[in-house]
Design a protein. Structure first.
Length: 507
């Protein structure tokens, strides 16, 4: 086993990849070897506070290699209270290079694993199997946070020589399941498994999704599409599996919802790099939706800083309902108000932004399907579900027990549902009706561009009930419904049991 020292400044080079600055270290080289022989090199170094977002370790891979194995460790010194400690992510790019959005990506495990391998016939979850070709590969390090003392690391790269296996042909889940025609379909579009930083297996996710009453889910691993080819046997007539990614940047996360199989979306940029629009378009060109996730989450790098001009929807409710979600809900409502004020309360480019909810489940006791987005779609297909989400024909519920019907009607038979527009004159009386099941002792609130204008009495212990409210388009430009649990002590409203996208009123 040979060792290299990456601590010397003279052995480093700073370069710009078209996004954030990155650091490239000295190349690690290997000699040729006999079949079945292994050769290893260990490199060590220390990254100071303020290091670039990505540090690349070039590895010269000779001909005749069948497997690359990488293991790493780094120190975790004690830091003062309120100071971030060390966290170091890791991934791999092949001989095609590290260009932003390029073809060289071979996998990412973030900080979820201490080792991984890649070969033609197999790879660690999070990584892409395929030929190990000769050339300059790169181990990618992501110093997510660096302690004041610096981040000391050790990487061991082991090459196994020999004949390569056969790369399996990927088989992907179908884009259609057995639906009920035009109906309300329940889904969870933000989930994690062992293919990124989750602990659920794909089989466990599928089982729990069915138990939660879901009709569809979306594969959304952090910064990798490696799970796409492993869902086919778990989908079925009763469960549509969409394919995507959670694009996890340092300035916020975005769910790519329902992209073409095998689509990789790069994440190596910040808001100041002005690159997000390029990759949002990449998602849409691959047939997906762009959905900023948990925009007001407080975890490092989670708060959304790219704006919403490229978004198709926004994840307002993420997992168990918390104050972060309450802030996201209020912020989204503010965007609805602005869309009315600016004349953007129409569907399509530049129109209002629909809201969603997903569980972001990683491991037990995370509850898959809490919350879930309930979509009115023409059928249980990728295209129909996406169209319903994009149009805002949806509501969010904490479980499959909770169901809503929300309508607005005028005096001459005009009628509109969630995400639609009731076309009436400004002073025409409008009747808004909400029907709820599965929400015992919850309260229905109606929210407009003027604020909360109606609060009903608590629903009975049966959880079922209906409320009606009358208004006009001159008084309320839109109306949306919230179903809330009984409030805890204090002025804050109770946690959500469900909420709807708006119905807009007026010509």
């Amino acid at each position: 086993m040979c060792e290299d020292d990456h601590a010397g400044i003279g052995r480093r080079a700073m370069f710009v990849t078209g996004a954030a600055a990155a650091l490239t270290l000295a190349t690690v080289s290997f000699a040729s070897a006999a079949p079945q022989e292994q050769r290893g090199r260990t490199v060590r170094g220390t990254l100071p506070p303020g290091s670039p977002d990505f540090v690349y370790v070039p590895v010269e891979v000779p001909r005749g290699v069948r497997e690359i194995h990488v293991a790493y460790t780094y120190d975790r010194p004690t830091v003062p209270a309120g100071t971030q400690g060390n966290a170091l992510d890791i991934g791999l790019f092949d001989e095609r290079g590290t260009e932003l959005g390029g073809p060289g990506f071979r996998g990412w495990s973030g900080g979820a694993r201490t080792e991984f391998f890649v070969r033609a016939d197999d790879a660690t979850p999070g990584y892409i199997p395929g030929s190990v070709r000769a050339g300059l590969w790169h181990v990618a390090l992501g110093p997510y946070t660096v302690a004041p003392q610096g981040l000391s690391y050790e990487i061991t790269i082991t090459l196994t020589y020999g004949e390569q296996g056969e790369t399996p042909r990927p088989v992907y889940p179908p884009e259609r399941a057995k639906g009920r025609g035009r109906a309300w379909y329940r889904g969870d579009c933000h989930l994690h498994s062992e293919y990124s930083d989750g602990r659920y297996t794909l089989a466990e996710i599928a089982e729990l999704a069915r138990a939660a009453g879901l009709d569809f889910i979306n594969s959304s691993e952090h910064n990798t599409h490696s799970a796409h080819a492993h869902w086919a046997d778990l989908a079925g007539d009763d469960l549509l599996v969409l394919l995507g990614e959670e694009v996890t940047t340092r300035n916020g996360h975005v769910v790519a919802l329902g992209t073409d199989p095998g689509t990789f979306v790069d994440w190596r940029y910040r808001a100041r790099d002005n690159r997000f629009g390029r990759f949002a378009r990449r998602i849409r060109r691959a047939g997906g939706l762009v959905v900023p996730a948990h925009p007001h989450a407080t975890c490092i790098g989670c708060n959304w800083k790219f704006g919403f001009g490229e978004a198709d929807a926004v994840e307002v409710w993420n997992g168990a309902y918390t104050p972060d979600d309450e802030v996201a809900l209020a912020d989204w409502d503010g965007m609805l108000v602005a869309s009315v004020r600016d004349g953007r309360d129409r569907q399509g480019a530049g129109g209002w932004l629909p809201a969603m909810g997903s569980s972001d489940s990683h491991r037990s006791p995370d509850v898959i399907g809490r919350p879930q987005t309930v979509v009115l779609a023409d059928d249980l297909t990728r295209e129909a579900i996406q169209e319903g989400i994009r149009a805002g024909r949806s509501y969010v519920a904490e479980s499959s027990r909770v169901s809503l019907a929300f309508t607005a009607s005028g005096g001459r038979g005009e009628h509109a549902g969630i995400g639609e527009r009731l076309r009436v004159d400004r002073d025409t009386p409008v009747t808004v009706r909400v029907e709820v099941t599965g929400a015992p002792r919850c309260t229905v609130r109606l929210v407009t561009d003027q604020g909360v204008l109606f609060t009903g009495d608590p629903l009975p212990v049966s959880g079922s009930g209906a409320v009606e409210w009358r208004t006009t388009a001159s008084y309320a430009a839109y109306v949306r419904a919230e179903v809330r649990h009984e409030a805890a002590a204090g002025p804050l409203p109770g946690a959500l049991a469900a909420f709807t996208n708006p119905i807009f009123l007026g010509r």
